[in-house]
Write a protein that binds this ligand. Structure first.
Ligand code: ZN
Length: 310
């Protein structure tokens, strides 16, 4: 009987769930609306139905467990989400316990960026190394740290909040209370804000993709936006490299196509600021699983838990 796990990537608007074998083969995937606006029980129903659908379809196989990547902090001990900007309806809701009770299968919750880092480490860009750090560049910046094949949780499960590393003293204010956080200076949203400051927008707004198009067309101000972004990423990465001495640092997310515009400044900054980078063989590369990383990483949570029992 072929064994498999189910990975769920739970977002503020949509979820995706996939049945994945123990060696990383995707058997079947479903997706749908999270329905968070209807409250926590509606989210629970959505997830339970998705998992049921996969389970029924694959009834000839054996489900070993479910892993769920969620945007927010997880209280690992109680299996609750404590503080999610994207899913405030689930704050304090014992989602792990509820799903386990309805499905009779073990459930593991994880922060979505941690799950993505685990996915890259399992079958993505990091499959050849034991330790890596992932930065996911989106509206904000998420981070996941894998050390010796394990997610670094910290003592309360809050490690890896790399988007809130300070890269500009007294820089842009951030929702976390700090100023100058990495995500306020190097995320897709930060690219848009910088572009507006430089007057690159025609209407009220501009997207990071449009800034990229302008840079490709040779616009110097658009190129400057990416140079700045690269410098801020480099500052953060130098600190991470000096801290962890991992062999691999990965970037993923919407701004990645602009790599050729931001990476030179990033590498220059890292080289200046990290003795370790310059003297140990350290790679900074694009992640390879894209937006599937969280799905694979979530599925790997119960697989890894089972492995550790053997
Ligand atoms: Zn912050």
């Amino acid at each position: 009987m072929l064994q498999y796990a189910i990975g769920v990537d739970l977002g503020g608007t949509n979820y995706r769930a996939a049945a994945i074998t123990l060696d990383g083969q995707l058997l079947k995937k479903v997706s749908g609306a999270t329905r968070s606006y209807e409250g926590s029980d509606a989210v629970l129903d959505s997830l339970v139905n998705a998992i049921q659908e996969l389970r029924q379809e694959l009834s000839e196989h054996r489900l070993i467990g479910v892993g769920i990547g969620v945007p927010g902090f997880i209280d690992i001990a109680t299996g609750t989400i404590v503080g999610s900007n994207n899913l405030p309806e689930l704050d304090g809701f014992p989602i792990r316990q509820k799903i386990e009770a309805r499905l009779g299968t073990p459930v593991i919750l994880e922060n979505d960026a941690n799950a993505a880092a685990l996915g890259e480490s399992w079958i993505g860009a990091g499959r050849e190394v034991d330790s890596l750090v992932l930065l996911t560049l989106g509206t904000g910046i998420g981070g996941g740290i894998i050390l010796d094949n394990q997610i670094l949780h910290g003592y309360k499960g809050m490690a890896g909040e790399l988007g809130h590393l300070t890269v500009v003293p007294n820089g842009n204010p951030c929702g976390c209370g700090n100023r100058g956080c990495l995500e306020k200076h190097a995320s897709a949203r930060a690219i848009e804000a910088m572009a507006i400051l430089l007057g690159l927008n025609e209407g009220e707004t501009i997207t990071a993709a449009q800034v990229y198009d302008l840079a490709k067309a040779g616009n110097d101000r658009a190129k400057l936006v990416f140079t700045c972004m690269g410098e801020y990423l480099g500052i953060a990465l130098a600190g991470l490299i000096n801290t962890f001495n991992a062999p691999l640092y990965l970037l993923s997310g919407g701004p990645l196509p602009a790599w050729d515009f931001f990476a030179p400044a990033m590498f220059e900054e890292v080289t200046k600021r990290s003795f370790t980078f310059a003297n140990a063989k350290t790679r900074i590369e694009k992640a390879t699983l894209g937006n599937q990383a969280g799905l694979y990483g979530s599925a790997y949570l119960p697989i890894q838990a089972q492995k550790s029992l053997i």
